[in-house]
Design a protein around this ligand. Structure first.
Ligand SMILES: [Zn+2]
Length: 397
C-alpha cells in the first residue's frame, strides 16, 4: 500500500514531468505560466525548477520585460544539447538508426543494408549500427534517455512481443527483451509497429504536432497505417489496428496476395505503382524519373498517376469517414510524387467524405521521408519519459 509519503513522491514526480513537458512544448515559458497551466503554486514551480536546473534538465534565460507589470518573467528552456534519443527502423532490406535531440533534430545516423531473414542476424546488424551511431562525436556530452525500435508487423506492446512479420516469416518474437538484454546500457527500450512510430514522428515533431487525431499511411512495399486518436496511439486490442492495406478500393481490381481483389495494396503500394508504370512505359522508373517523364509531356504516365491519385482518394475518403481525423499524412515513395498524386487524391476524397462541407481534413506528405519511423521511434521514447509513469527522470551526466 502506498503511504502518504509515497503519494507525495508520486505527485512530485508527476509535477516534475509536467514542468519538463511544458517547457519542451513551449520553449521560453515562464514559471508563472507553468504554474497556471499545471494548477500548482508558483513557489512549488520555482522549487521544482530549481531542482531541475541543478540536475541540468532546464536553464533559465535572461529576464525579459514580460507582459505583466512588476518582476520581469524569466524564460525557461530545456537543455536539449545535453540529451539524446535513439530511434531505429528494423526494415526488411536495411536497419536505419538515428540519434536525435528532444526536438527531433537528427544528430547522427547509421544505416546497415542487406537482407536478414533470421532475427538473430537482424539483431547483430542492429548492434553494428548502434556501435557506429554511438561513437559519433555528436553524441559526446549527451545523456542517452532511451531507444525506440520500429518493426514491420503488429506488436503486443505490453509484452514487447512482435506478433507477426509476414515478409521475414517471424512470429511471436520477444524482441524487446532480446534487444534490452543485448544493450543493457540503454536505459529504456521500446518496440512498436513501424507505421505507428512513423505516425508518432508527425505527432511529436511534425508540422501538425500534437494534432489530437492524425492518421499516417505508409505506402511502401505493403501499406501500413498509424492511428493517433485523441492524442494517443491506437493499437486495437492485440496490436493489429491500422492494418489498412487490405481495405477494398476497386471491387474487381487486381488479385491481392490475401486472396481478395482490388485491395489498397494492389493499387497503392509502391511495388504495384512501379509495376503499373513498367507495364505502361516498358521501363522500371524511380519517383524522380516518373516526375521527369511527366514534366517532359508523357501524357499516358500523367493519366496513370492521376488514376492512382483517384484510388488514393477513395482510400483516404473511407478512412476519413471512419476516423474523422484532422490530418492525413501520406508517407513512402509514392508521397514523393507530390501534387501529381495528392491533388487528384484530395479531390476524390472530398467527394467521398460524408459531410465534407462541414469538415476540413488536411492531406500532407510526410515531412521526414525515409527517416519517419526511426525519428518517431526516438520520439516515442522521449514521450514516455515526459509521461514519467514508470520512474523518476534519470540523472544527467
Ligand atoms: Zn488484400
Amino acid at each position: 500500500m502506498r503511504g502518504l509519503a509515497g503519494e507525495k513522491t508520486l505527485l512530485k514526480r508527476l509535477n516534475r514531468a509536467a514542468i519538463l513537458r511544458l517547457v519542451w512544448e513551449q520553449p521560453g515559458i515562464s514559471r508563472s505560466a507553468v504554474a497556471g497551466k499545471i494548477g500548482i503554486t508558483k513557489s512549488t514551480v520555482s522549487q521544482l525548477v530549481a531542482e531541475l536546473e541543478l540536475e541540468r534538465w532546464l536553464s533559465s534565460g535572461a529576464g525579459g520585460a514580460g507582459n505583466a507589470p512588476g518582476r520581469p518573467s524569466i524564460p525557461l528552456s530545456l537543455n536539449a544539447d545535453r540529451l539524446v534519443l535513439i530511434g531505429v527502423e528494423l526494415g526488411l532490406e536495411s536497419i536505419n538508426a538515428v540519434a536525435v535531440d528532444p526536438f527531433g533534430r537528427v544528430l547522427a545516423q547509421s544505416t546497415v543494408t542487406g537482407g536478414h531473414s533470421h532475427v538473430e542476424v537482424a539483431l547483430e546488424q542492429l548492434a553494428k549500427a548502434l556501435t557506429t551511431l554511438r561513437s559519433s562525436p555528436a553524441l559526446a556530452e549527451r545523456t542517452l534517455l532511451g531507444m525506440g525500435v520500429g518493426v514491420p508487423g503488429p506488436v503486443d506492446v505490453g509484452r514487447g512481443l512482435l506478433l507477426h512479420a509476414p515478409n521475414q516469416g517471424w512470429k511471436n518474437i520477444p524482441i524487446q527483451q532480446m534487444i534490452s538484454q543485448q544493450h543493457p546500457d540503454i536505459p529504456r527500450v521500446f518496440v512498436d509497429n513501424d507505421a505507428n512510430l512513423a505516425a508518432f514522428a508527425e505527432y511529436m515533431f511534425g508540422a501538425h504536432k500534437h494534432s489530437a487525431d492524425l492518421l499516417y499511411l505508409y505506402l511502401n512495399d505493403g501499406i501500413g497505417g498509424g492511428l493517433i486518436l485523441e492524442h494517443g496511439l491506437y493499437r486495437g486490442r492485440l496490436g493489429f489496428a491500422g492494418e489498412v492495406g487490405h481495405m477494398n478500393v476497386l471491387p474487381d481490381g487486381p488479385r491481392c496476395s490475401c486472396g481478395s481483389r482490388g485491395c489498397a495494396e494492389t493499387l497503392l503500394s509502391w511495388r504495384s505503382v512501379q509495376g503499373a508504370v513498367k507495364n505502361l512505359t516498358g521501363t522500371e522508373m524511380s519517383v524522380l524519373e516518373m516526375l521527369k517523364a511527366m514534366r517532359g509531356g508523357n501524357e499516358a504516365l500523367r493519366r496513370a498517376i492521376q488514376q492512382t491519385g483517384t484510388y488514393l482518394g477513395i482510400f483516404l475518403g473511407s478512412l476519413a469517414n471512419i476516423f474523422d481525423p484532422q490530418v492525413l499524412i501520406v508517407g513512402g515513395p509514392i508521397a514523393d510524387l507530390g501534387e501529381a498524386i495528392l491533388e487528384p487524391a484530395l479531390l476524390e476524397m472530398k467527394q467521398r467524405m460524408f459531410g465534407a462541407e462541414f469538415r476540413s481534413v488536411t492531406v500532407k506528405r510526410c515531412a521526414f521521408s525515409t527517416n519517419a519511423c526511426a525519428i518517431g521511434a526516438a520520439g516515442y521514447a522521449f514521450h514516455d519519459l515526459l509521461q514519467n509513469k514508470s520512474a523518476d527522470l534519470p540523472r544527467l551526466e
